[in-house]
Design a protein around this ligand. Structure first.
Ligand code: NAD
Length: 472
């Protein structure tokens, strides 16, 4: 992959300055026209998107349609349909102390924005944030992931053919390009990737005090309560875990299954996996619907987690097969995983699923709360009291009850993490807000604040005391 030179990066960044200033006065119609241009450009290249996703890690075409194209189109549609109302200044009522003023909140564009994307949903996680950046009236530079070079090249081509570089530009490259970009004083940085790199991004943003949205990852736990519909839970979890071969930020990472339903659940899970991908190991490997680890390094990382767990006494109840030449790792469920195993320490980001039995919900909640706050938390069950207990006693970026992944697809919900799993929210109105500065504008009409100005004579002091008592 050809990385963009430092001179080009500097040139583009400088060019985006005057465009960003002009965009401050852009209307909803202007921005909608830009979003329509983007939608037409994607529609014209759908086949190229699907082919690039397949070329990078054999992402199945239907999955690329569902998880790359659909969310991007949905973001565009929602923004186009709602932009006028999102942009409308919001009048706020005067408080008693502010009687005689008029006040409103305006959403002003942040300015020059940087979008750094990961490889796992390389198209959608470049263009989804771009939609919000455009809707909010910003310029943007996208840095796609170098690990999915076909999609990266396509993102660069599509943007190059659709926008002038002072509006939207793509800087391809790896860590050096990212580092170079992060040295520039962007107004906002929208980063999607790992918590480790998220820290680097936030430290870089601190230099110019750029605002950040950090969409990170982590270990998203699942609780399968004894009251759950076991077959449905197994079916949904097999799908949620194995979509993109587990390389999904909100994929179920590990499962706590009530011991009363452990055996039927494991049976149902194996059956669901076979139903989704094939009757046996060979059929699963040959399935066109099951994708590969993105590269050798990630394959080795996943295999390392598996080997470490097994060497410490974990047992695969199904799966465990792999083929390094193809970067293939079979859907694998593990039991008897000891607490110290690496697989219980770091985000798995692959098709390995540790299943841990429990009989006391409090202890599961305690374990979840002892870990960094996850991006997603899932619970399957019918007992509303226990669902409510988990909802109130844990913290997570988002939750989904009796399903998984779907919370990402609901455009009217904010999407994002909390602390270790992220800062700020994305999607729809929340994405628009992330790329905007909420600017309060207060206009004086006949407010009497001047009566409290110095010199602090006895009369003014009395008035201040009165104000503290009556207005505070
Ligand atoms: P990553 O953090 O390795 O890379 C993300 C981006 O950062 C890439 O563009 C990469 O080039 C750049 N980068 C890498 N190292 C860098 C450095 N030292 N300095 C500056 N930039 C650097 O993440 P990844 O492997 O591409 O993606 C997987 C991670 O992303 C997982 O943790 C996953 O959970 C998370 N993720 C989160 C979301 C979300 O919406 N919250 C979505 C997808 C993935």
């Amino acid at each position: 992959m050809k990385s963009m030179s430092s001179t080009d990066i500097q040139r583009i960044f400088a060019a985006q300055r005057s465009r960003a200033l002009k965009l401050r006065t852009s209307t909803a119609e202007d921005r909608i026209a830009t979003l329509e241009r983007l939608r037409a450009a994607i529609e014209a290249r759908e086949d190229e998107v699907l082919a690039a996703c397949f070329a990078d890690f054999k992402k199945p075409e239907p999955e690329a349609r569902l998880a790359e194209l659909l969310p991007t189109y949905a973001e565009i549609k929602l923004a186009i349909g709602n932009l006028k109302s999102w942009m409308k200044p919001r009048k706020v009522r005067a408080t008693l102390a502010m009687l005689g003023t008029r006040a409103e909140i305006r959403h002003e564009p942040r300015g020059r924005c940087l979008i750094i994307a990961p490889w796992n949903y390389p198209f959608q996680l470049s263009f989804g944030p771009l939609v919000s950046a455009i809707a909010a009236g910003n310029t943007a530079i996208i840095k796609p992931s170098e690990l999915t070079p076909h999609v990266s090249a396509l993102v660069a081509k599509l943007v190059g053919e659709t926008f002038t570089e002072d509006e939207v530009a793509v800087c391809e490259g790896g860590v050096e390009t990212s580092t170079e970009l992060l040295s520039l004083p962007f107004d906002h940085i929208f980063f999607t990737g790992s918590p480790a790199v998220g820290r680097i991004v936030m430290a870089a943003a601190a230099k110019s005090l750029a605002s950040v949205t950090l969409e990170l990852g982590g270990k998203s736990p699942v609780i399968v309560d004894e009251s759950a519909d076991i077959k449905a839970a197994a079916r949904h979890l097999a799908w949620g875990k194995l979509t993109n071969s587990g390389q999904t930020c909100i994929a179920p990472d590990h499962l706590y299954v009530h011991e009363a339903v452990m055996d039927p659940f494991i049976k149902a899970l194996g059956k669901s996996v076979r139903h989704l991908y094939g009757k046996n190991e060979q059929a699963i490997k040959a399935s066109k619907d099951y994708c590969r680890m993105v590269n050798e390094r990630h394959f080795e990382r996943v295999k390392g987690l598996y080997d470490d767990a097994v060497s410490r006494g974990a047992r695969a109840v199904f799966g465990g097969d792999y083929d390094a030449d193809e970067q293939y790792f079979a859907p694998t469920a593990l039991v008897d995983v000891p607490a110290g195993a690496q697989i219980m320490e770091e985000e798995i980001f692959g098709p390995l699923l540790p299943i841990l039995p429990f009989n006391d919900l409090d202890s599961v909640i305690e374990r979840i709360n002892a870990m960094p706050k996850p991006l997603a938390l899932y619970i399957f069950g019918k007992d509303q009291q226990r669902i409510e207990q988990v909802t109130r006693q844990t913290s997570a970026g988002g939750m989904c009850v009796n399903h998984n992944l779907l919370q990402f697809a609901h455009e009217n919900l904010p999407f994002g993490g909390v602390n270790h799993s992220g800062i700020g929210k994305a999607h729809g109105r929340f994405g628009f807000e992330a790329f905007s500065n909420e600017k309060p504008v207060l206009t004086q009409r006949f407010n009497a604040m001047h009566m409290l100005y110095p010199p602090y004579t006895a009369r003014v002091r009395k008035l201040i005391e009165f104000a503290v008592r009556k207005l505070g």
